[in-house]
Design a binder for this molecule. Structure first.
Ligand code: HEC
Ligand code: HEC
Length: 198
């Protein structure tokens, strides 16, 4: 764990330094963000809960996580779902406002109806791998680290495989090292566990 955490801190320091463009912005405005997020509802759902399996829920995501992912898409460092085009139409103020809006919405309902044995196995692996040291005790996310609880199973599995293979480059390399040794079966079990959490 300490290995990940110290790498994470180093990586974050680098990332924040790289982003520290001298630039003034107004405080994030969740009300303005709600209006701006109309563009996003067709895919991410009216309340930030998507009904499309490969499209993430954004409700209750930490605002910094949404903001940094939008920057990654805008700068073409992450691609997928056409987001690399959509993000180029947003200003940084739009991104902060939209992120503030989604952060205020209620989290997606936990889907605990699945295979109880698989969920228990997913919980065990997540504990062994210290996923919560970055993603939070209930995998609810924090700072720039995304929320995983309640997330779509398909989205979780696809993204974690892409982070493992490097097809999705993460902002500081810590998630790629956390994913490197995971098997498909372990990823599937952890997705079931994450989806079951409130
Ligand atoms: C045409 C459908 C579509 C629209 C419209 C759309 N998105 Fe997306 N969005 C996606 C898909 C699909 C992904 C997953 C991309 C991937 O596979 O990497 C995604 C991913 C994201 C992510 C990454 C979330 C995470 O947990 O990493 C954010 C943030 C996001 N979208 C925000 C927005 C915002 C804000 C808007 C509106 C301005 C928007 N999206 C409009 C389909 C869409
Ligand atoms: C050192 C901190 C750290 C650890 C440990 C860690 N993660 Fe992550 N995780 C991150 C960060 C940061 C991101 C965002 C990556 C990016 O795009 O830059 C992320 C992204 C993800 C995503 C994509 C989510 C989304 O919304 O797109 C999944 C799934 C994920 N992590 C699962 C896990 C699992 C499962 C574990 C345990 C095996 C784990 N993580 C351990 C920091 C961590």
């Amino acid at each position: 764990m300490s290995r990940y955490v110290s790498k994470a801190i180093q990586g974050m320091a680098f990332f924040f330094a790289a982003c520290a463009v001298p630039h003034a912005w107004a405080a994030p405005d969740a009300v303005a963000g709600k209006a701006k997020a109309q563009l996003c509802a067709a895919c991410h759902g009216e309340n930030g809960v998507s009904s499309i399996p490969d499209t993430p829920h954004l409700a209750a995501q930490p605002p910094l996580s949404i903001f940094y992912q939008l920057l990654q898409f805008r700068d073409q460092r992450r691609k997928g779902g056409g987001m690399e085009v959509i993000a180029t139409t947003l200003t940084e103020q739009d991104m902060r406002d939209i992120a503030a809006h989604y952060a205020t919405l209620p989290a997606p309902a936990p889907q605990a109806g699945g295979d109880a044995q698989k969920i228990a196995r997913g919980q065990q692996i997540a504990q062994q791998q210290y996923c919560s040291s970055c993603h939070g005790a209930q995998l609810q996310g924090q700072k720039h680290v995304p929320r995983l609880s309640g997330q779509s199973h398909t989205y979780f599995v696809t993204q974690l495989r892409n982070l493992r293979s490097g097809a999705r480059a993460d902002m500081d390399g810590t998630m790629a090292s956390a994913a490197r040794s995971l098997t498909d079966e372990e990823i599937d079990a952890m997705a079931a566990y994450a989806r079951s959490l409130p």
